[in-house]
Design a protein around this ligand. Structure first.
Ligand code: KIV
Length: 287
């Protein structure tokens, strides 16, 4: 696969090619996703729920994302790397947004950033894009505003809400975003938004009409037995794979079966003999 750029991602919409995006937070998985031809890797603030043990994305810091993004970029994936700007790292002022987005590129190795929201955020998007940093927008359910939204609820269920979302999407397009995530909205709403804008829409819980799809990698791999939202399709049962392997290992260690000779090192016959006194020492050793 040739290296993906924001230009190529935008072209995919006009060519009618569906865009594949997944999250990754470390080098080995980033390499696998790239080898599989995934178009975009999002180093999402979902790292908070997926790997860091938080209940929401709010506690995730800029340093957290930069740390994980740098690991992803060290894998040198062909997929476009997007660094997710975490809670309050870009909303305080345009100056703050510029400085922090720059760090995401300079220290995290991201090639684009993702910002949640519209309205005031659309102005910030415009400033960041003007500075030469590509921005992906994010509308619908925006997890960083979860307390204001009153929970993880489907957005845009009424005609009025849908109109607001279409307006927000157009604002982000106008601000220069190269694409946008649409999270947790009815399929019809996502279709209207997707048809209203020229830039690609990437859906999560937003039905089949978006230009691309994103899922959180560890959710679709089935790491969490008790996280089963309607939109999530589990393509593997990785927690079961891990459990089976760990149980087998534990049994073998406790039973003295592992490590066996195949997984152990041996000395040369001579050294082993010297150690156990079965071989006469060599001349030079006799002193
Ligand atoms: O942080 C994340 O993984 C995201 C996706 C759910 C779009 O924002």
């Amino acid at each position: 696969m040739a290296r993906k750029t924001t230009f190529k991602i935008r072209q995919m919409k006009s060519k009618g090619k569906k865009i594949v995006m997944l999250t990754a937070y470390d080098a080995p998985t980033a390499k696998i996703l790239s080898d599989c031809g995934v178009d975009m890797i999002l180093v999402g603030d979902s790292v908070g729920n997926s790997l860091l043990g938080y209940e929401s994305t709010i506690p995730v810091t800029l340093d957290d994302i930069i740390h994980h993004c740098a690991a992803v970029s060290r894998a040198n994936p062909k997929s476009l790397i997007i660094g997710d700007m975490p809670f309050m790292s870009y909303k305080v002022s345009e100056q703050q947004a510029l400085e922090n987005c720059a760090l995401m590129l300079q220290e995290g190795g991201a090639e684009a950033v993702k910002l949640e929201g519209s309205g005031r955020v659309a102005k910030i998007v415009s400033t960041v894009v003007d500075s030469g940093i590509p921005v992906m927008g994010h509308i619908g359910l925006t997890p960083q505003s979860i307390y204001e939204l009153g929970g993880y609820r489907v957005q845009g269920r009424t005609k009025e809400n849908t109109e607001v979302l279409v307006k927000q999407a157009l604002e982000l397009q106008e601000a220069g975003a190269f694409s946008m995530v649409i999270e947790l909205v009815p399929s019809e709403t996502a279709k209207m938004i997707t048809e209203a804008v020229d830039i690609p829409t990437i859906g999560i819980g937003a039905g089949p009409h978006c230009d691309g799809q994103v899922l959180v990698l560890w959710d679709m791999l089935g790491l969490f037995d008790d996280f089963n939202p309607k939109f999530l399709k589990k393509y593997a049962n990785i927690s079961e794979v891990i459990r089976t392997a760990v149980n087998e290992y534990s049994e073998e260690v406790r039973g003295g079966v592992f490590p066996d000779p195949e997984h152990s090192f041996e000395m040369s016959e001579e050294e082993s003999g010297r150690l156990y006194g079965r071989v006469k020492p060599k001349k030079e050793d006799e002193s």
